[in-house]
Design a protein around this ligand. Structure first.
Ligand SMILES: NC(=O)c1ccc[n+]([C@@H]2O[C@H](COP(=O)([O-])OP(=O)(O)OC[C@H]3O[C@@H](n4cnc5c(N)ncnc54)[C@H](O)[C@@H]3O)[C@@H](O)[C@H]2O)c1
Length: 153
């Protein structure tokens, strides 16, 4: 066992007895992609329950607007959620939507890059659907904010 892994194990034992303080998401700006349906929608609803301000991106206008309305009504606050139609497989679309979002809401603090396509095929195709010419996460980093990746807080 290396010194690094011993240190990591020691930290894990300490964390077990002295849990880290839970982060509060109240007021935090959270962007969820693919928020119109499925896992993205459920995550958006959960973040809303803990007081986050939701930015919802989806390719499907009707669905994402429905989620926006549900969150606004449940919180009785118009600024609790803001939806945008965006195809996250296109970096220019991401950049344009991100610029609009920054002007209208602010800087994203938490990114849940959930949008994607689930289908069968080779392992590479499953991990990296052909609609996405590049790694979907790299696309979002490039489109949203080059410094975002470095922040990692
Ligand atoms: N459901 C599962 O069992 C499962 C398992 C493994 C991985 N995943 C992954 O989790 C993610 C969500 O899965 P889900 O089951 O909730 O999917 P879903 O089909 O229920 O919802 C996906 C949402 O993403 C949106 N979307 C699709 N392509 C988009 C694009 N290019 N730009 C913006 N929005 C887009 C859709 O309109 C939809 O609202 C996907 O990336 C999927 O590959 C799901």
């Amino acid at each position: 066992m290396t010194l690094d892994s011993k240190l990591e194990n020691t930290k894990a034992v300490i964390r077990f007895f002295v849990p880290v303080k839970k982060k509060s998401f109240a007021g935090t700006i959270v962007l969820v992609t693919g928020a119109g349906h499925g896992i993205g929608k459920e995550l958006a609803m959960k973040f809303s329950e803990v007081g986050a301000r939701l930015i919802l991106w989806d390719i499907n206008k009707r669905q994402v607007e429905e989620v926006e309305q549900t969150i606004r009504k449940s919180r009785h606050k118009d600024d609790a959620a803001k939806s945008y139609v965006c195809d996250v497989s296109k970096v220019e679309n991401i950049k344009a939507t991100a610029a609009k979002m920054r002007r209208e809401v602010g800087e994203v603090e938490v990114l849940v890059n959930n949008a994607g396509i689930l289908h069968g095929g080779s392992l590479l195709e499953i991990l990296w659907p052909s609609k996405f010419k590049e790694n979907p996460n790299e696309l979002m980093y490039k489109g949203i904010n080059p410094q975002y990746k470095e922040r990692n807080d």
